[in-house]
Write a protein that binds this ligand. Structure first.
Ligand code: KE4
Length: 436
């Protein structure tokens, strides 16, 4: 039976019908439509700490965290207080404010590779701008991305793998010119040999390689030990730029993100999600000589009416300053994620389900596949129908998981050990129902 009927989600259902009449799919971002888990979207009324509350009065332990930004939970008091102060001064000026410099300095302190920083409004905008900057700086047109990685919806990045080893990209959806998509070379994640071959063939034409240093958009897929160093070495050898997309991992894997964790030094880094404290804020930055090619000092154009918005900056400063003052958060949420991941694997196994898991820091994914999962092709072997049934069962028991097999499960600072125990008890009951 559809989730809605069993759970009496009458108000959510009504709001969804109204939304769908005026907003495509009733949502402002496709994954929220819950299509891949066979459910109607749940409309939210509010969040508090690690819990999210729907419009029908039910609450859930939140493992989505607004897709990553809310590492310290919903309505964090320090963020709320910062916003209450900031709004008294106005919402936007279209002129520089001191807070933007403070935030850029704080980012640089935690990401020394980001010698200069430009604030923007979304991860998409940061990735799109970083690519244009890399193309402008190198004078080259081709870029390399990895299959299964997502860097937002800029045309050059919504590209699917071409046929065979050609690796020339093809449009990932209608509306993307084939001539543009062809400039994007796609390679399997963790495949150093394939990446090396692409550089041997196109090296002098490649402006940049962009990578999620820990993939989060095919489910969690960590890099194999030789992968990130290979990107660093090949880009350096061929004069291309290494762009590290830390929109998910930035301030998530630790204060220094994946580049500190894996000891890599990208030429450009993209940040988002956590640095906005839940408000629309992202950033890109890197080597001074590259960043100084950006308008108005340089000739590569990039702009934004609300870039560095004072409210978003206030929320971002509060979020980052709190994480810097309480670094113990990272070990707490890592331990919670480790316990959750190990518990789910054990319980699913006891119930005869073929599953595997990837987990790092406070990010994990339970794949309904025998595994191991090390790239997009292996992730696609997952039984998405079983994941959907698991998702519906967990939602019905008060646990809010990502409505897609190919996303992350995030633990947040608002969670307590009992929360994980309760989630595992619920999962055990769901697995018993799923068992063949
Ligand atoms: P936005 O444009 O959505 O702010 O950021 C794009 C982006 C860039 N890079 C990475 C590694 C990302 O994960 C994202 C966005 N993440 C998705 C979910 N994994 C956002 C959810 C959504 O699209 O609604």
């Amino acid at each position: 039976m559809a989730l809605g009927k069993r759970l009496n989600m009458e108000k959510s259902k009504k709001l969804f019908e109204e939304a769908a009449a005026i907003i495509p799919g009733g949502v402002n971002s496709p994954v929220r439509a819950c299509l891949s888990v066979g459910a109607a979207p749940v409309f939210v009324d509010h969040g508090r700490g690690a819990r999210i509350f729907d419009v029908d009065g039910r609450s859930y332990l939140d493992f989505v965290s607004s897709w990553g930004p809310l590492i310290c939970g919903h309505a964090a008091p320090w963020t709320t207080a910062a916003l209450e102060e900031a709004i008294k001064k106005g919402s936007s000026f279209g002129a520089p404010t001191e807070g933007e410099t403070r935030l850029a300095r704080l980012i640089n302190r935690n990401y020394p590779s980001m010698e200069m920083v430009r604030l923007v409004n979304s991860g998409t905008e940061a990735a799109m701008s970083a690519l244009r900057l890399a193309r402008g700086f190198t004078g080259r047109d081709r870029i390399v991305k990895f299959q299964g990685c997502y860097h937002g919806h800029a045309d050059s990045l919504l590209v699917a793998a071409g046929s065979g080893l050609a690796t020339l990209g093809i449009p990932g959806c209608p509306g993307i010119p084939a001539a543009l998509a062809e400039l994007t070379l796609t390679v399997p994640y963790n495949d150093v040999a394939a990446l090396t071959a692409v550089f041997e063939k196109h090296g002098s034409e490649i402006a940049a390689v962009i990578v999620e240093p820990v993939a989060g958009n095919m489910g969690v897929v960590p890099p194999q030990p030789d992968f990130l160093p290979a990107i660093e070495n090949l880009t350096r050898r061929y004069g291309a730029l290494f762009i590290c997309d830390e929109v998910i991992t930035g301030f998530r894997l630790g204060l220094g993100g994946a580049q500190a964790h894996f000891k890599i030094k990208p030429d450009l880094t993209i940040l988002g999600k956590i640095i906005g404290g839940g408000l629309p804020l992202a950033a890109f930055g890197g080597r001074r000589e590259v960043m100084e090619r950006l308008a108005p000092v340089g000739d590569v154009y990039q702009a934004g009416t609300l870039s560095g918005n004072p409210l978003a900056v206030a929320a971002g400063l509060a979020a980052i300053e709190h994480l810097m003052a309480e670094p113990s958060i990272y070990s707490r949420i890592r331990q919670a994620s480790e316990r959750l991941s190990a518990g789910l694997l054990a319980l699913a196994g006891e119930n005869g389900l073929a599953v595997c898991g990837n987990q790092i820091g406070s990010m994990s994914t339970l794949f309904f596949a025998a595994g191991p999962i090390s790239d997009y092709a292996s992730a696609l072997k997952s039984d998405v129908g079983l994941y959907a049934a698991f998702w519906r069962g967990m939602l019905a028991r008060g646990f809010w998981l990502a409505p897609s097999q190919f996303e992350c499960c995030f633990t947040s600072a608002g969670m307590i050990p009992d929360d994980i125990d309760n989630a595992l008890d619920a999962a055990d009951a769901v697995f018993k129902g799923l068992k063949k």
